[in-house]
Ligand binder design. Structure first.
Ligand code: MF3
Ligand code: CO
Ligand code: CO
Length: 271
């Protein structure tokens, strides 16, 4: 029996991992989260996102891990760095960070075959009030989504928890990108939507591993992808934020694989 034959798959094509598989996900997730902790000191006004990415790649290699994004569908970097109105999949480059820029850094590593995928927000210089509010709402939305995770609930319950909260704050949830199953692969079923209706979608079961990674815009939800075929931006140029955790469904709730070892998952907890 090879690895891909192990375990069970639901009728929705979602793999159910074994209790013993949680350990590998915790190791991979903790490394990704630690890299995000340690990159914080390298985010400052005048820094280029290319240099941030270079340091991330160095840290992945130093840990003896593999970057999941280098070579993925032709992508060439160890992170996605999405500044201001970039929603996701921002490509690291030579542009320098300016005072007040907010950015999402998204890192996925592979350790012993297990994928750890996480992202969080950072700020260069002084955080504006409106950006602070956007970041807070986005982080709270992710955690409310995770709170909806337990066997018997559905993926629609997760999406609804996120969407209803974000919209109550007069912000919008991006619909063009979603979370995903992961584990021994980077992207697997299901698509984890960050909007939805209670009770709809596949039923959550113990052993499901997936990400929740809501993107929230201060303006409208619509996005477009730039000519580089990666960079997704808000159509109305409004600010966008995102947080991502990789989680596993337990008998009674969720375990977060990508918790910050330093407890600095949220940028306003830093400094
Ligand atoms: N880490 C991203 C996610 O959350 C995927 C990035 S794919 C890349 O799913 F190729 F753009 F890096
Ligand atoms: Co992801
Ligand atoms: Co990611």
């Amino acid at each position: 029996m090879n690895l891909s034959d192990r375990g069970q798959v639901t009728k929705d094509g979602i793999r159910l991992y074994e209790k013993s598989d949680f350990a590998g996900m915790h190791t991979a997730g903790a490394l990704a989260a630690q890299i995000l902790d340690d990159i914080a000191e390298h985010v400052f006004v005048g820094q280029s996102t290319r240099e941030i990415d270079r340091i991330i790649e160095e840290k992945v290699n130093a840990a003896g891990a593999t970057s999941a994004t280098i070579g993925y569908k032709g992508y060439q970097h160890a992170s996605c760095i999405s500044v201001n109105h970039v929603v996701c999949h921002g490509i690291p480059g030579d542009k320098k960070l300016k005072d007040g820029d907010i950015l999402n850094i998204d890192v996925t590593v592979i350790v012993d075959g297990w994928f750890g995928d996480t992202s969080r927000m950072y700020v260069a210089g002084k955080l504006s009030r409106k950006a602070e509010r956007l970041i807070q709402v986005t982080h709270d939305a992710l955690m409310l989504g995770i709170e909806a995770v337990k066997p018997g609930n559905t993926f629609g319950d997760i999406g609804h928890a996120i969407q209803s909260y974000v919209e109550s704050q007069r912000m919008s949830v991006v619909r063009d990108f979603c979370g995903h199953g992961l584990g021994l692969v980077f992207h697997a079923p299901p698509n984890v939507l960050h909007y939805g209706r209670p009770g709809t979608g596949a039923v959550l079961q113990e052993g499901m591993f997936f990400t929740i990674e809501p993107m929230v815009n201060l303006g409208r939800a619509e996005t477009k992808v730039l000519a580089d075929d990666w960079t997704a931006v808000t159509r109305d140029k409004s600010l966008s934020a995102q947080f991502e955790h990789s989680i596993g469904v337990t008998g009674s709730g969720a375990e977060i694989f990508t918790l910050s070892p330093k407890g600095t998952f949220h940028p306003t907890y830093q400094s």
